[in-house]
Write a protein that binds this ligand. Structure first.
Ligand code: HAM
Length: 413
């Protein structure tokens, strides 16, 4: 039998209703902040991610699903949402809309990763991008919104870690200092770190190799080298988060895996597993990088599979949609009546099932039981003739006499 590719998941009905439930709650939070949904293509020209996410990142160097299409163009399945959304913002003239432009998305992403718990090759992100404001208030707004996603899903045991990675100006000064520190042991770092030394030494701090981690102990921290503007911005973010009673830690090791970040970066981490469930930050240079005017922006994305793990752990009674009614019927005229009634009820938003097998009453009854139908009505010869039937509540066993018309059935659902 052909199996699904490694790192992908089938979302079966026994889980999809939980996703729908959570997605609806998250969507409400995003819309309460007046973010509007955007959907962008699954694939983009490869250059978009090379320029946006950055040539020296793991995502671009190792993880992209890239191929030439039949016209010989290099195409990449989106590994993240921000680059595509910013492209769409520019391409569709959204820069002339009232600023800021606030967009959210729920989209599948593709990264060729080592598959492990919480790390898939096809995964989903719900993300938000606030484009246009450079104020610390925008950082605070998206962090509050992210925090409210966890509140709305009743997910505890999440910690917020924040950091500032400065702007290109203070970062280039810091990079010099960092290179001096790393340079002393560069020959003994792993090959990936060596290749990043010239272009992106900050990424070396994020290396997971044991020996590199050891050399990194005591490295100078970006946060100690911020320029006045970045320092003030970060102080204001912290002040306002405190004001809003949001608990956070400063984690100077957060550098994030994508190159477009500037100033504030943040991650919401599952305290039990240590997995980052939501990550984001400011990216003041990306719109310009893609050919637009200088336009500061800030956003985040949450990994829906990781979010759902937590949602299911802390919410045991997620509303499952089960049929309100099963109509048993047999015979041509009885089936006509069953179709008429079930169509009327479905129009009124009730979940109704009926026989579509021409099965015996006994097997219809068995099926109704298996699907946990809340109520049952039998339409047989007598019921049809008299225009009367019984409706049975399957959880209490109670039976009631009804007129075999929609109005009377509705009173009993
Ligand atoms: P990211 O940190 O690469 O950021 O991904 C955001 C979240 O997606 C992660 O925190 C994680 O929960 C989830 N995620 C990432 N990779 C995987 C994977 N292989 N399997 C399962 N889940 C995964 C971004 O993508 C940025 N675009 C976020 C952003 C938006 N920054 C500003 N705006």
């Amino acid at each position: 039998m052909i199996q699904k590719p490694k790192g992908t998941k089938d979302l079966l009905p026994e889980e999809s209703y939980k996703w729908q439930d959570a997605e609806e709650k998250v969507k409400n939070v995003l819309e309460n902040y007046n973010f509007k949904e955007i959907r962008v293509p699954v694939f983009e020209y490869t250059e978009l991610f090379q320029r946006g996410v950055g040539e020296t990142t793991d995502v671009v160097q190792k993880e992209m699903y890239t191929f030439d299409d039949k016209g010989g163009r290099s195409i990449t399945l989106r590994p993240e949402g921000t680059a595509g959304v910013v492209r769409a913002y520019l391409e569709n003239g959204m820069a002339s809309l009232p600023s800021p432009v606030k967009l959210w998305y729920n989209m599948a992403m593709y990264r060729y990763e080592n598959v492990q718990k919480g790390r898939l090759r096809e995964f989903h992100q719900i993300g938000a991008e606030l484009i246009g404001s450079g104020s610390y208030l925008a950082d605070v707004e998206v962090i509050l919104m992210a925090n409210n996603i966890f509140n709305s899903l009743n997910i505890p045991n999440i910690s917020l870690n924040i950091n500032s990675i400065g702007c290109p100006k203070c970062r280039s000064n810091y990079q010099k200092i960092l290179k001096e520190f790393i340079g002393k042991n560069l020959d003994d770092y792993c090959d990936t770190c060596k290749s990043r030394f010239e272009k992106n030494p900050l990424r070396i701090l994020d290396c997971k190799e044991k020996k590199c981690k050891e050399f990194n102990v005591g490295a100078p921290k970006m946060i100690d080298y911020l320029c006045d503007d970045c320092k003030e911005h970060f102080e204001n973010v912290k002040m306002m988060l405190n004001e809003a009673n949001i608990k956070f830690q400063i984690d100077s090791n957060i550098v994030r895996g994508l190159d477009y970040y500037t100033k504030t970066v943040f991650e919401f981490v599952d305290e039990k597993t240590g997995l980052t469930v939501l990550g984001g930050g400011r990216y003041d240079g990306l719109v310009e990088e893609f050919g637009g005017q200088h336009t500061p922006a800030v956003g985040f994305a949450t990994g829906v599979e990781r979010l759902m793990e937590m949602y299911e752990e802390y919410n045991k009674n997620i509303n499952k949609k089960i049929p309100d009614l099963y109509i048993l019927s047999q015979g041509l005229e009885e089936n006509k009546k069953a179709i008429k009634i079930s169509e009327e009820l479905r129009k009124r938003n009730y979940i109704v099932e009926k026989d579509i097998f021409e099965r015996s009453f006994k097997s219809q009854m068995k099926y109704a039981d298996k699907i946990n139908a809340k109520n049952l009505i039998v339409i047989g010869e007598d019921e049809l003739k008299n225009g009367k039937a019984k409706i049975k509540n399957m959880s209490t066993g109670e039976e009631k006499d009804i007129v075999l018309e929609v109005a009377d059935i509705l009173k009993n659902l």
